[in-house]
Design a protein around this ligand. Sequence first.
Ligand code: AMP
Ligand code: ZN
Length: 111
Amino acid sequence: MDCLFCKIIAGEIPSNKIYEDEKILCFKDIAPQADVHALVIPKEHICCANAVTKENSAAVAYIFEKIPEITKSMGITDYRIINNCGEGAGQTVKHLHFHILSGSNLNEKLV
Ligand code: AMP
Ligand code: ZN
């Protein structure tokens, strides 16, 4: 499958890993939009939030279960989680991912 994040999971493309276990991977975004900018992805290929189903939603629940632990290990307590679903919303990599953003430059709020 021609998926950038699947290739990162497979180790075919290098990444700056923050956390990894058998179900998920967290790594630094290559083009940080904040002081801290990480991505959390399920190892199972799910293209986007629109493709989350009863069958695969445990992967999403697991990501959110782990985020407090991962962010704590990164030394952050205040952070923003963003998911872009679909090209119209700015999704460029079609493998479900959650942006974790933190730092002093998060003043501009969209919502
Ligand atoms: P999105 O625009 O929501 O699909 O987010 C995709 C994110 O992946 C962007 O913030 C990119 O900077 C990031 N990205 C693209 N290629 C890589 C890579 N090789 N390693 C880490 N992050 C990447
Ligand atoms: Zn993928």
